[in-house]
Design a protein around this ligand. Structure first.
Ligand code: AHR
Length: 504
């Protein structure tokens, strides 16, 4: 059997894990909102039309923050259309996804749903077809207590208390030619700076995200971040990152290793932000909002230009396999390994649209394979992220060259004496015996070893078989004289939970 080793030590601290690393994303795209989280008339829907089966799964997933309402959708969206009496809300054309938008779900419904699922709101403003004026109007409607036209309108609409939305995205993917109102880096940097300045004047407690590149393959990547941040560095708190990955031409090994690309992408954005910091002599250390990431089989999507105008069409409802779930686990490991600089992470999206939760109109909701690594990381990664420095056998990949077979991250919650180790075995050919030096922690006990793996890495969950793939208890783990030994099945996601307190 192949072997690997790593050391866990509380002194190897990367940084505190921000709870907002385990965020999600609800966009008015496909069926994420309509027949996803919201479906009036569904047997599980409450008075507002919010599906309680989906709300329950969202709580189980453990999402901390949910970005809304887009995505590309936001760049031609009028927030006023989605507030007030539903019977007077206009039906409009959403140019981003060539969809019919009824506006029956809007800001008030989102805030009600956010409260139900116990998450923090994160709103994006439209800097495509709109700009500064509408951004501050939206902020006034949301966060100003009352006594002005727009704050009183919110009160009139039933929400006496201000929403207190702290996290705001200054537009979405403004570097992308597909974006409605796409801008050059300089144009966007200026617009972001002026919008940020005005929004901060209205509410100095907010935190702002400037758009980074839409992906690492953009020809403008790097230059975009540098130019944008030179305009708005001291006025924003985060720069965004977006990344989607898929398996190309049956090359599963490269896909299983794709977190290598995510790591490099994060490092490059950090380097660019730090370069601007030096150039501007700024004291601020910018952090990252990785507010769209996931597996997405983009080659199966014909592109928005050819879509028929429809309300809530079935768009990019990818059915995720065991291999996809292992890769999602690897992305979570990448995020945890950058906990000192990545503050916010949003898996895109929450329901139906490349999502961990799937639903049928009038029918059930179920967990995709990718639900499990996310839910477990959100539950067990507490306290500080620890550097693990795994010494691992390598595997050759066409896309990334030699890559370590074992990919790992760890967290240590000193207050509660809990350690969690997250490990992916990328090797499809066999198990790996991992030995972990845990002597620095003193006496420990193993509380659990959870595994997501299957003899069929293409196995999925679906309506007919919603529990075909579920996590199970691992076998072959042991702890002796400060050495933890774990057997990692081939192509697997593993969570090992340890406790410093003796068992009672
Ligand atoms: O999540 C789907 C889409 O991907 C989002 O609308 C956009 O921001 C990104 O390109």
């Amino acid at each position: 059997m192949k072997t690997a080793r790593l050391t866990l030590d509380p002194a190897f601290r990367i940084g505190a894990i921000d709870r907002r690393l385990f965020g999600s994303f609800v966009e008015h795209m496909g069926r994420c909102v309509y027949t996803g989280i919201y479906e009036p008339g569904h047997p599980e829907a409450d008075d507002l039309g919010l599906r309680q089966d989906v709300a329950q799964l969202t709580r189980e997933l453990g999402v901390s923050v949910v970005r809304y309402p887009g995505g590309n959708f936001v760049s031609n969206h009028r927030w006023e259309d989605g507030v007030g009496p539903r019977e007077t809300r206009p039906t409009r054309l959403d140019l981003a996804w060539r969809s019919i938008e009824t506006n029956q779900f809007g800001l008030g419904e989102y805030m009600a749903w956010i409260r139900q699922v116990g998450a923090e709101p994160m709103l994006a403003v439209n800097l495509g077809t709109r700009g500064l004026a509408e951004a501050i109007e939206l902020l006034e409607y949301c966060n100003y207590p009352g006594g002005t036209q727009l704050s009183d309108l919110r009160v009139k609409h039933g929400d006496a208390d201000p929403y207190g939305v702290k996290l705001w995205c200054l537009g979405n993917e403004m570097d992308g030619p597909w974006q409605i109102g796409h801008l050059t880096a300089y144009e966007y940097g200026r617009r972001a700076a002026e919008t940020a300045n005005a929004m901060r004047r209205l509410d100095p407690t907010i935190e702002l995200v400037a758009c980074g590149s839409s992906n690492r393959q953009m020809s403008t990547f790097g230059a975009w971040e540098a130019t944008v941040l030179e305009q708005c560095y001291d006025l924003v708190d985060y720069v965004s990152m977006h990344a989607y990955y898929e398996e190309h031409d049956g090359d599963l090994d490269s896909f299983l290793a794709s977190a290598v690309d995510m790591d490099a992408f994060i490092d490059e954005v950090i380097a660019t932000a730090d370069h601007v910091k030096a150039k501007l002599r700024s004291k601020k250390r910018l952090r990252i909002s990785f507010d769209e990431w996931n597996v997405w089989y983009q080659k199966r999507f014909p592109g928005e230009a050819v879509l028929e105008w429809q309300h809530a069409p079935r768009l990019i409802e990818d059915e995720f396999s065991v291999a996809d779930a292992v890769v999602v686990g690897s992305y979570l490991i990448s995020l945890l390994s950058h906990a000192d600089r990545v503050a916010v992470g949003c898996q895109a999206q929450l329901a139906n649209t490349i999502a961990p939760i799937r639903t049928e109109p009038g029918g059930p909701a179920w967990r995709q394979t990718t639900f499990y690594p996310f839910a477990q990381a959100a539950r067990f990664a507490r306290g500080d992220a620890l550097r693990v420095e795994a010494v691992s056998p390598q595997m050759d990949t066409a896309a990334y060259g030699p890559v370590p077979v074992v990919h790992a991250a760890a967290s240590y919650d000193a207050e509660n004496g809990r350690i969690a180790l997250f490990v992916v075995n990328r090797d499809r050919t066999g198990p790996v015996e991992l030995s972990v030096d845990v002597r620095s922690f003193g006496p420990l006990r193993i509380d659990s070893h959870l595994v997501l793996a299957d003899s069929d890495v293409r196995a999925t969950n679906n309506q007919a078989e919603p529990r075909r793939v579920v996590p199970r208890d691992g076998s072959g783990s042991g702890l002796d004289s400060g050495k933890l030994t774990v057997t990692l099945p081939p192509t697997s996601w593993n969570v090992i939970e340890l406790a410093t307190a003796p068992a009672v």
